[in-house]
Design a protein around this ligand. Sequence first.
Ligand code: ADP
Ligand code: MG
Length: 399
Amino acid sequence: MASADLGIPRLEELPFEQGQRVLARIDLNVPLEDGAVADDLRITTALPTLEWLRQHDAAVIVAGHLDRPKGRPDPHYSMAPVARRLGELLGVEIPVTPRVVGAAVEPFVASLDAGEVLMLENLRFDPGETADDPAFATNLCELADAYVNEAFGASHRAHASIVGPPEILPSAGGRLLFVEVAMLSRLLQGTEHPFVAVLGGAKVSDKLGVIDSLLQRCDAILVGGAMMFTFLLAQGRGVGESLVEPEMVEECRRLLDTGRVRIPTDVVVAAEVADDAEARVVAADVMPVDLKGLDIGPETAEAFAAEIGGAALLLWNGPMGVFEVAPFAAGTRAVAKAVAACPGFTVVGGGDSAAAVRRFGLAAEIDHVSTGGGASLEFIEKGDLPGLEALRESRRARS
Ligand code: ADP
Ligand code: MG
């Protein structure tokens, strides 16, 4: 690999003028509850970049997406609650445009002064965003003089607002984007050993690419979550009513043959996922046929914790069980505690795993909790993302 920052231009390299309009693409895809932002981590982590732009007298046009509206305006997915929260954090009023681009937006942009902030309506209200339509990218760029990508968590998608602007405007990566790249690059290089990866979550098929890539550098991969059952199936075990992906069994067998993939020896089973479910622990090789496996068992949690404790480099992605429901949270909590206590360099990636770490109040004890779910995994797998590549190319085109 070339350099640690992948050749991405920095904010300081933007050709700045007083009142310059900067289109700031931010990862604002936050959870909402009752019309308000329920978790503002993605907003707060973008503040250093926004503050920097305002201090440099930029007029800031914030653009982001929320959820998956179907390419047309839908008040249910309006950016208004996000603008309200960002406005509170910055101590300014942030208007939201009635449309994403076009004539209805122009007066908002024209009246935007240096240091002020405006938010465009949900980018995905326009079908051009996810279709990577160059005409939509051009319309976005007409609003601004420069572009900043502070949306690491969306940079694995070749969407118009991510890959389009760097071809058109002077562009740079935001502060958090650089932090993500620097932290995750340490896992990519994987030169510190033992390098241990803990993987869980719902599907093996989602994570096969990253498992393969990690096996080139990891000393051990500890598998929990629903995906452990496809591995158990690959060993010829019965898994009862647990979630499995039968078409992945061959792949799992190949991964087990490396001798570096560890799977649970005991499992928490129940008839259903419920707060009052009767959960019990069974050995992984004798799972009852009529029950579902919903967490790793205590013996496995202890073995995993011991291996995590000895790691020099550690990646955790994917909960060990259905941690959202109390009887199945113990395995995820035990792993989270072990990761927090690990003296090595620790990274948590993945939306649900990051949520688990925050719920257990352990985020501060982890070296890096990535804000990018799918993006962080794809970066660890491939060492690059479409959005990062676009920024790099933008520098090349301008030098
Ligand atoms: P992340 O977002 O951290 O990458 P995933 O999205 O892959 O994680 O998976 C998270 C989901 O996996 C959680 O909602 C959790 O409830 C679910 N899960 C974990 N273990 C099991 C299991 N044994 N059975 C069913 N679902 C599970
Ligand atoms: Mg998830």
